[in-house]
Structures are given as structure tokens and as C-alpha cells.
Write a protein that binds this ligand. Structure first.
Ligand code: UDP
Ligand code: MG
Length: 138
């Protein structure tokens, strides 16, 4: 089923000059770039995006990191986009990520792990709507 997911190239990867390599991985995996924009987000915006993690011990550090520099916000489309992007990304902790995944190749640490991808259809719908207006999603 043709599906959309939401993704971020995180500030660690953008700062390290890895955006092009990560975009190429996503492109080669067959995703269509529905929308893409480079932005620097505020801590408050990061807190709203990661509200589901508000009670976690890493919440403050994570939202500092996500607001520390430019990132790429993206909406990606393909069959089974949500599951397929999670597979392409690899495990949250790059130490546990499979060979060939984006996090295995490009992530620095559990927190600075290069890429975000929605984990379920409801999450994808919330995340796409959080960062993009309808007219941007054509
Ligand atoms: N994270 C962290 N410490 C942890 C777990 C997660 O800093 O112990 C960060 C990491 O950047 C991760 C994000 O919080 O990508 C969201 O965590 P989640 O468990 O949702 O992982 P993901 O869905 O990104 O794989
Ligand atoms: Mg998650």
C-alpha cells in the first residue's frame, strides 16, 4: 500500500556533511521525496515534536540536540514506507544497528543517531502535520 512517512536528517549528520549521502540512500531505496526543507528548529518546537518522550530521562538532552543546528525535515512516499524506512535506518543505538543501515554507517551515538523515522501510521500522520502544511505535500 502506497504510504507516507516522516523523516529527519538530524543535526549531527547535517553538521558532519552527511546529508547528501543519506539522501542518496533514501533515494536508492525507492522513496519519493514528497517534501523536504532545511530548518533550524527551536527547543520548544523539538519538545512538541517529541512530546511522547516528555517523561524520559533523555528528553531535555534530546531536545537540546535537535535544536542545536540545521536539520532536514522530509515526507517520504513508497509502498510500506513506514516499515521500510525503519529498516533502512537501523536500530536506535548504532552499536546495535545492522550492517548497511543508515545508522550503522553514519550515526555517532545513541542520541546523535543521524536520522528519525515515524514508527507507526498514527505517528506518521501527527509528525507530517506537525511540520508541513497541506499545500507543501503535493
Ligand atoms: N534517545 C536518546 N537516549 C535514549 C534513547 C533515545 O537520546 O536512551 C534519542 C535518540 O536520538 C532517538 C530519540 O531519542 O532517536 C527517540 O527515541 P526512540 O526510542 O523513539 O528511537 P527511534 O524511534 O528514533 O529509533
Ligand atoms: Mg521513535
Amino acid at each position: 500500500m502506497l504510504e507516507r512517512t516522516f523523516s529527519i536528517i538530524k543535526p549531527d549528520a547535517v553538521a558532519a556533511g552527511l546529508s547528501g549521502a543519506i539522501l542518496a540512500e533514501i533515494d536508492q531505496a525507492g522513496f519519493r521525496f514528497v517534501a523536504i526543507k532545511k530548518e533550524s528548529i527551536t527547543k520548544r518546537e523539538a519538545e512538541g515534536f517529541y512530546a511522547v518522550h516528555r517523561e524520559k530521562p533523555f528528553f531535555s538532552s534530546l531536545t537540546d540536540f535537535m535544536s542545536s543546528g540545521p536539520l532536514f525535515l522530509m515526507v517520504l512516499e513508497k509502498d510500506n514506507a513506514i516499515t521500510d524506512l525503519r529498516k533502512l535506518m537501523g536500530a536506535t543505538n548504532p552499536a546495535n544497528a545492522e550492517e548497511g543501515t543508515i545508522r550503522k554507517k553514519f550515526a555517532r551515538s545513541l542520541q546523535e543517531n543521524a536520522i528519525h523515522g515515524s514508527d507507526a501510521p498514527e505517528t506518521a500522520a501527527f509528525e507530517i502535520g506537525y511540520w508541513f502544511a497541506g499545500y507543501e505535500l503535493i
